[in-house]
Design a binder for this molecule. Structure first.
Ligand SMILES: C[N+](C)(C)CCCC[C@H](N)C(=O)O
Length: 284
């Protein structure tokens, strides 16, 4: 099992995460809080109350977890494709694998990484939704004082299963959309013929956009399920969350954050695939 795929996946994922976290924070707040009039209103209110640091809330944990999540994602994808089509990463330019194999390998990777991602993503969303200014005398402290305190508090208040709140929505979000993610990347890379840096950036960027467009409806449901355990339990399950969200806010609720997901997806995934490919060449 080539180890370099995992290492390249780790470093490339961290690069993409840092670039995109501020937009991700604004997106999560728009998806789960009905207090903002839109993207600009959310950005202004966040900056005014929490300074620029407010946009980076909840990032410290994903920086650690992206090592696990992205290396599992890229490592599982490449090794699943090797098993399905007997083509290693180096062979793929000369012998493009079957698109069905690419989609299946990407979906397998999406399913596996979702379970690794679930607790980390839950903590990220809970921290991103804390809108109190930084702790100072006279200001009510936030419910969670950091990622580890958040994990301990969830374990104490919601039990071990609490750390996997929203996991099913995450699995349903990521399994097909990551199949599409890798299918778009491999297909565009093959169609653009050259295997230079520009191809990596363009194919990676569009892979990110297309996968996030498909993933956004379940991304909204996932974030709401993850926030559900914090105060009172509002939803009786994933389907109840979807039905009551649509009933109360209209079907448009499932596309909340789509603009931000798409705007963030191109640079983040262009950088992710660019660094992944170059790291692989360097490591192998
Ligand atoms: C599967 N889904 C569309 C949710 C994500 C696919 C791209 C993942 C990438 N690390 C990013 O943060 O954009």
């Amino acid at each position: 099992m080539p180890v370099e795929e995992f290492v390249a996946g780790w470093i490339s994922g961290a690069a993409g995460l840092i670039l995109g976290h501020p937009l991700d924070t604004v997106k999560v707040r728009l998806q789960t809080q009905n207090v903002y009039r839109g993207i600009v209103d959310c950005v202004i209110k966040t900056y005014q109350r929490e300074s620029v640091l407010g946009f980076f809330k909840g990032m410290s944990f994903p920086i650690c977890s992206v090592a696990v999540v992205n290396s599992v994602l890229f490592g599982t994808y490449s090794n699943s494709l090797l098993l399905l089509s007997s083509t290693s990463h180096q062979d793929r330019k000369a012998q493009p694998p079957n698109y069905g194999h690419i989609f299946v390998a990407g979906s397998i990777a999406g399913f596996v990484q979702a379970y690794c991602l679930a607790p980390f993503d839950l903590i990220k969303v809970r921290l991103q939704n804390q809108t109190e200014p930084r702790a100072r005398p006279g200001v009510a402290p936030s419910h969670y004082r950091g990622p580890l305190h958040c994990a301990r508090t969830i374990l104490r208040e919601e039990g071990p299963r609490g750390l996997f709140r929203g996991a099913w929505a995450l699995v349903l979000r990521d399994t097909p959309s990551l199949g599409l993610y890798f299918l778009t990347y491999e297909g565009l890379s093959w169609w653009l013929t050259s295997d230079g840096s520009a191809t990596m950036l363009v194919a990676g960027g569009f892979a990110g956009i297309i996968s996030w467009v498909v993933a956004t409806p379940l991304d909204v449901v996932k974030a709401r399920m993850q926030m559900d355990g914090l105060k009172q339990q509002e939803y009786r399950g994933l389907l109840d969350c979807m039905v009551s969200s649509a009933r109360q806010e209209g079907p448009g609720v499932f596309f909340r954050g789509l603009t931000l997901n798409s705007a963030r997806a191109f640079p983040v995934n262009a950088v992710t695939f660019f660094s992944y490919e170059h790291l692989l060449r360097f490591l192998s």
